[in-house]
Design a binder for this molecule. Structure first.
Ligand SMILES: Cc1ncc(COP(=O)(O)O)c(C=O)c1O
Length: 284
């Protein structure tokens, strides 16, 4: 069952108008929220980011946080305690005619579904992933979690075409983030990630990694990463809600560090997993 405009429906019965502005113009925003052991992970932070995205594109939030919690909990209840991710999207809705300017008095279209999160295999975590650098061809408001993802899709596809799992995006000589992930490097023992700005998505996983670093006394900094520093980093990680913290062991066909997931990554993934386990065990 999926959620569409107030109803729980079988997927095949969930239909929207072809005049929906999400379909015609990509006029909408979304969230992806993981759930572990039947509990939504960092829900408050995801709902705050949803609110920020909606505010940025001037759509009134169709639901209160309590209502969202009820809807999303109902969706994940279908999957029991399995690891899942909820996808939700809010578009501006259906207007009488196709026109770029925002129409008056449209009702947002709300869609949400839950899917199992495929477990990250040991092989992947032991070997890490390959990434390539590409020019950041996206727009100036990457802080909005917009459904308009053509540039991201093209960049990810180019990475796949070149045998890599992710593209790390370069803007004005600096490494910004991945096509669907945030970027961390380890340089001289310090964990570094670019500061929040309109050039990147304020990732919920990113913030958690920084929180864990602070709590456990690991050196970290939020500052710009010149492309050259990226290529010389001893470790590179990419973070996202469904992929957690992936070690990049090959960048542009060159080994990162000794070509294996690094020591600092091992420490951080342990802290991250402990944090998840506490949530599974019932901690808030
Ligand atoms: C462009 C981009 N950056 C970063 C992220 C990571 O964000 P989060 O950790 O909140 O999933 C995503 C997630 O899909 C993304 O699409």
């Amino acid at each position: 069952m999926v959620f569409l405009n107030g109803l729980m429906l079988p997927l095949e019965e969930a239909k929207i108008s072809v005049l929906d502005r999400g379909f015609l113009l990509g006029d909408g925003v979304y969230e992806v929220i993981p759930a572990y052991g039947g509990r939504l992970f960092r829900l408050e932070q995801h709902l705050q980011r949803l609110q920020n995205s909606l505010d940025a594109i001037r759509i009134d939030n169709p639901y209160t946080n309590d209502e969202w919690t009820r809807i999303l909990s109902e969706l994940i209840a279908q999957g029991g305690n399995a690891d899942q991710s909820v996808y939700l999207q809010v578009t501006r809705g259906v207007a009488a005619k196709r026109d770029h300017a925002f129409p008056h008095e449209v009702k947002p279209t709300v869609f949400a579904m839950s899917n199992p999160i495929p477990p990250l295999t040991d092989e992947l975590l032991l070997q890490g992933i390959a990434a390539i650098t590409l020019d950041d061809i996206r727009w100036q408001r990457c802080d909005i979690k917009a459904i308009t993802l053509l540039a991201n899709a093209m960049l990810r596809q180019q990475a796949h075409d070149e045998g890599a799992a992710e593209a790390i995006l370069i803007k004005d000589g600096h490494a910004i983030e991945g096509a669907a992930s945030n970027l961390f490097i380890v340089s001289n023992g310090t964990i570094i990630t670019p500061p929040k700005s309109s050039h990147l998505l304020p990732g919920v996983t990113r913030d958690l990694v920084l929180e864990l670093a602070a709590q456990h006394g690991l050196e970290y900094a939020e500052r710009a990463i010149p492309e050259q520093e990226l290529s010389q980093a001893s470790e590179i990680w990419l973070t996202s809600s469904t992929k957690e913290i992936l070690p990049v062991t090959t960048l542009n066909q060159q080994a990162v560090g000794d070509g294996k997931p690094g020591l600092v990554w091992h420490r951080m993934i342990d802290l991250y997993r402990q944090y998840k386990q506490q949530l599974r065990n019932g901690a808030e």
